[in-house]
Design a protein around this ligand. Sequence first.
Ligand code: ATP
Ligand code: MG
Length: 439
Amino acid sequence: MAEQIKGKKIQAIRGMNDLLPTESATWRRIENLLKQILNSYGYNEIRTPIVEATGLFKRAVGEVTDIVEKEMYTFLDRNEESLTLRPELTAGCVRAGIEHGLLYNQEQRLWYLGPAFRYERPQKGRYRQFHQFGVEVFGLEGPDIDAELILMTARFWRALGVEQHVTLELNSIGSLQARANYRQALVAFLEQHKALLDEDCLRRMYTNPLRVLDSKNPQVQELLNNAPQLFDYLDDESKTHFDGLCKLLDFAGISYRINQRLVRGLDYYNRTVFEWVTTSLGAQGTVCGGGRYDGLVAQLGGQPTPAVGFAMGVERLVLLVQTVNPEFTCSNQIDIYMIASGQLTNGTSVVAVTQRLADTLREQVPTLRVMTNYGGGNFKKQFSRADKWGAKLAIVVGENEAQANRAIIKNLRTGEQFDVAQSDIAQTCLSILNNVKGE
Ligand code: ATP
Ligand code: MG
């Protein structure tokens, strides 16, 4: 047995992906863009641990949810404490906010990015380790902030060039009391039609009946056409709040579809819920989901604090960009490849000169990607390495150039060459690169 394990190839855990260098550039470009936009709205980053006490998620996400019932990675540590790999990041944010006194009588506009873990059946757009990018705002209760979050997400889509491929679904699920009243009416209705419900719905009917509205079963969806509508049970304040949100979105020119079956199933959600969905990714169509959760901070032991937020799955977003706007994806191309040959009179390799030139370039133009050839090789070999890295320019220094403090810059796209003084390299490279970019 031991022998067998020894010989077995160790592989990544099912549903947990490596992000390889070929794709990481696109991820970073997307992440940087989102971060830059969040920064432009004045939001601040929060980072919380990947592991939290299991009780946090049971209380925050709710016992009767898919996540807590069957998707959590829970284990006992060496001290017999039950810990869980975070299945989402809101709970940790709220826990940290309470713990550090960031929420009481204060306003916080936060964003986060990091891995989350759910034990699900892996498929395209659904993994066991995935990444969530999200926002949480505390201390504001009006619909204006809800509108800002939606406007911000709309800006993301425009910046990523996917705005034609996502649509906004919107709903209000009212106050806790309104939902309790609706819940009663819904259960009464479902009880009369038990025969048409599947096993999942029957189970949810008493534990978390609003989740029945989420059912993907067409027969159930048809039945629901005749069910009582949540909207008819909304309290007046929630109606006014929702109306305010719709007006703000209308003013901003954001189109949306009111979807009365959008509930997001978690007890602590109230009023606004929204999702951005796409038809371009197959079954895993929800790119971003969010809403108001005025009840959660108090539920976790803090002072009552209004809160609203959203989370998006980075993998789904990357897939969407790759599918509908491949021009946004990027490769690992570098800008300049340094090529050297020969020795200085004191016997030092000319590589030392290209290293120094490369460093000067990096200092003068920090955004440039400059690589130095190592491992020697004749010019032909070094040029072919430059091509392999996708370099746009090569800077070549041989013994003569080193002696004269000059270098040859070769435009690898056109073959043009320039013999320049080493002190003029940055300037010349930049002007050639500007032309290469514009071609
Ligand atoms: P779904 O209905 O697809 O299971 P969810 O309602 O469970 O989604 P949320 O808890 O709202 O998802 O998480 C926010 C976002 O995180 C989702 O809209 C989705 O983009 C992404 N997401 C959720 N679960 C996964 C997963 N297992 N793999 C990849 N992305 C995920
Ligand atoms: Mg899910």
